[in-house]
Design a protein around this ligand. Structure first.
Ligand SMILES: NC(=O)C1=CN([C@@H]2O[C@H](COP(=O)(O)OP(=O)(O)OC[C@H]3O[C@@H](n4cnc5c(N)ncnc54)[C@H](OP(=O)(O)O)[C@@H]3O)[C@@H](O)[C@H]2O)C=CC1
Ligand SMILES: O=C(CO)COP(=O)(O)O
Length: 298
């Protein structure tokens, strides 16, 4: 029987770490827009011919990347991105649905800083897919240091993974303004309630927000300078200009664009999302101290 082939698409921080992890059990190819001198780096076509694909490119780039490059040939796909498309307010599963049948796609969620995964440190991830069969096929690809869990709550995982990036920006602002640990814990706890409310509106299972995908990833990202989104918040609190912050970062901080998507979606669907809205306003120039005053007041 032909050995199954697997490739990671996108050799950024997360793609490289997933490639490292997936290479422990089997040969894993990797490709990216920019050529890299790394083992098993292949051209895009060779990667796309694999049976299993793990796609780790920024959320805002997915639609155009799929349009330009992707032809469905029965591949099984794991999406590693965390974000909501700002231009349309569409969730990633809605974008992928135009290209891949639902039973062929899964979404990774949970607390997982790339910098730790690439060192082989232990972590737990959720693979969210309507197909238990797909989960089982991907589960065996992961190394011993990663424990995987199954969930069919694709929308819950997506909302949690995207929303926590916005909340991590808020938490970074809180830290940058030296508001104290009480304020930060309150912000994170209320943020969790907020993302659950938002997710519930779109059909998410409320319990997903209390597990790895929700609380797990939120606590991680909103409490560490290892998070790019948290560092964006720190910069904003220190009156740095957003373009300057993002240039210095040199990597994607999905919360910036996702805050636009959440602001628009919550307005359209009349969902109460005060923290995400303030992040949106701060990114667009509002003084963080005014946001704090408004959050305490309303
Ligand atoms: N880093 C982490 O700890 C984690 C990240 N994630 C999520 O994974 C996703 C990717 O993050 P991460 O790898 O860290 O980000 P990086 O900024 O490190 O890398 C993103 C990669 O995407 C590729 N890319 C960017 N734009 C395009 C495009 N238009 N077409 C094709 N490829 C493109 C780039 O490839 P090239 O360099 O070749 O141009 C780049 O290396 C994000 O959604 C993030 O939220 C999820 C969990 C953990
Ligand atoms: O999603 C992540 C960890 O689970 C990474 O978060 P940042 O993109 O904020 O670094």
């Amino acid at each position: 029987m032909k050995e199954k082939s697997i490739a990671v698409i996108g050799a950024g921080k997360w793609g490289l770490s997933l490639h490292f992890a997936l290479s422990q059990r089997q040969k894993c190819l990797i490709t990216s827009r920019t050529k890299r001198d790394i083992k098993n780096f292949v051209d895009l076509q060779t990667a796309l011919d694999c049976d299993y694909l793990v796609i780790a490119i920024p959320a805002q780039e997915i639609r155009s990347w799929l349009k330009e490059n992707f032809v469905f040939k029965g591949q099984k796909i794991l999406v590693a991105s965390k974000g909501i498309e700002a231009s349309s307010g569409q969730f990633l599963n809605e974008i992928y649905a135009d290209f891949v049948p639902d039973e062929n796609i899964g979404f990774i969620s949970g607390p997982s800083f790339a910098a730790e995964v690439i060192k082989g440190l232990p972590c737990a991830l959720v693979i969210n897919t309507i197909s238990k069969k797909l989960y089982v096929e991907f589960e065996v690809c992961f190394p011993d240091f990663i424990k995987t869990y199954y969930s069919s709550d694709v929308i819950g995982a997506e909302v949690a993974g995207a929303y926590k990036n916005v909340l991590a920006i808020a938490s970074g602002i809180c830290e940058g303004l030296n508001l104290g640990k009480n304020a930060q814990a309150s912000l994170i706890a209320r943020g969790l309630v907020e993302m659950q409310r938002f997710g519930k509106h779109f059909g998410a299972d409320e319990s997903s927000f209390l597990g790895l995908s929700g609380a797990g990833d939120l606590f991680l990202t909103a409490s560490s300078t290892m998070s790019r989104n948290f560092r964006v918040g720190l910069g904003l609190a220190n009156d740095k200009n957003l373009d300057e912050i993002l240039k210095e970062l040199g990597e994607v901080a999905e919360g910036v664009k996702t805050s636009i998507a959440i602001k628009e979606l919550s307005k359209k669907h009349n969902i109460y999302t005060p923290i995400a809205n303030e992040v949106y306003h701060i990114i667009n120039g509002k003084n963080p101290k005014d946001s704090l005053r408004d959050l305490l007041k309303n």
